[in-house]
Design a protein around this ligand. Structure first.
Ligand code: PMP
Length: 364
């Protein structure tokens, strides 16, 4: 009989001591059934721009014969540079922002001093730190889930990273506070992960004109409805990007596939559609906050496409399980400080109505 993976692992092999071991990041579940309401991975409930559909139809399968172009030399980079009013040499494109962030950890967090990030944040950061053997320290959020800027100023750290708005809390940090952190860390790279910035936050991109140690990371997975396309990018000082590209080309020259580069470019061209879906999500989020409050949930004001909510009476774990039985998926972490919270992605109005109906039953 075939040994189970657990049993196999117990049975130590001689070579195992030399393996690079890491506890991997666990992404949200991707259920196989079709009839689910999926509010667990912050995907966009709307399709990508019709221009993306057209670009897909126009693609030629023969194009796949050739290796893709270098991402920084593509129309996608040119469109992004124009969109953000920066030079093309200030854009780095990767396979989702996870790829961009991973490369940025590898490139910029290379001192013996610990990198700082919040205790409650994107749970991939400590995984990258572990796999690249980067020392790090987590800084606790305050009781209102705010990042305390003092924790990142005047400390002897080896770099700073956090999302703005933070995930999974949705809490936004003021631009002036971010500026203080960037300014105080001139001997470090500060990475601001703006995965959710398009849902009402203020971007820190203008700070790039003043500071050469800032890297801003973005994704097409949320506000551009292209999680399946795997496109992320960073904007930063030209010199910073040269180092980032050197590292990336030393790992894999051709990270981006040809279709993704084409489809991403089509998305950036359709500003009207982009604004329309972001607006719809923000409006649904505002309505959802009212509905959840009426049901007895509390949550910090969210600037993301999700709400991080806790119920006054019913435990998050129970709500999570009961929702799953009803084929509604949200996200729950069995982690200190946040184990009584659920992160609920904003879906369509119909999906949210189904969620509220289910919650009403569970809570009653
Ligand atoms: N940063 C944050 C804060 C996220 O929540 C996510 C989504 N899991 C990512 C980065 C990565 O997104 P992607 O790789 O799809 O661009």
């Amino acid at each position: 009989m075939k040994q189970s993976v657990a049993a196999e692992r117990k049975n130590k092999m001689k070579w195992e001591e030399n393996v690079r071991k890491v506890v991997p990041y666990i992404p949200g579940e991707q259920p196989r059934e079709k009839d689910v309401i999926k509010l667990n991975t912050n995907e966009c409930p709307y399709p990508p721009s019709p221009m993306v559909e057209k670009a897909m139809e126009e693609m030629q399968y023969q194009d796949l014969r050739l290796y893709p172009e270098f991402p920084e030399k593509t129309p996608l980079a040119a469109h992004l540079a124009k969109y953000h009013h920066v030079g093309e040499e200030q854009i780095f494109i990767g396979v989702g922002s996870d790829d961009v962030l991973s490369m940025a950890f590898l490139t910029f967090f290379n001192s013996d001093r610990p990198v700082f990030f919040p205790d409650i944040t994107y749970s991939f950061y400590d995984v990258w730190a572990d796999i690249y053997r980067i020392p790090y320290e987590v800084r606790p959020l305050d009781k209102n889930f705010r990042i305390r800027k003092e924790d990142y100023i005047g400390k002897n750290c080896g770099g700073v990273i956090f999302p703005n708005p933070n995930a999974p809390t949705g809490v936004l940090m003021e631009l002036s506070d971010i500026e203080e952190i960037v300014k105080a860390n001139s001997d470090n790279v500060v990475i601001i992960d703006e995965a959710y910035i398009d849902f009402g936050g203020t971007t820190c991109l203008p700070l790039l004109e003043k500071y050469d140690n800032l890297l801003v990371v973005r994704t097409f997975s949320k506000s551009r409805a292209m999680a399946g396309g795997r496109i992320g990018y960073a904007v930063g000082n030209e010199k910073l990007l040269r180092y980032l590209n050197d590292a990336k080309y030393s790992v894999n020259s051709y990270t981006m596939n040809r279709p993704a580069l084409r489809l991403g470019a089509a998305s950036v061209k359709d500003e009207a559609y982009f604004q329309e879906i972001c607006g719809k999500i923000v409006r649904t989020r505002e309505r959802s906050e009212k509905e959840l409050a009426a049901l007895g949930f509390t949550f910090p004001a969210s600037y993301g496409n999700f709400i991080f909510a806790s119920h006054e009476k019913v435990r998050a774990q129970e709500i999570f399980e009961r929702l799953k039985e009803k084929h509604i998926y949200v996200r729950h972490w069995n982690k200190a400080r946040i184990d009584n919270y659920l992160r609920i992605t904003i879906g369509t109005d119909e999906e949210m109505d189904a969620l509220f109906a289910a919650l009403r039953e569970i809570i009653a």
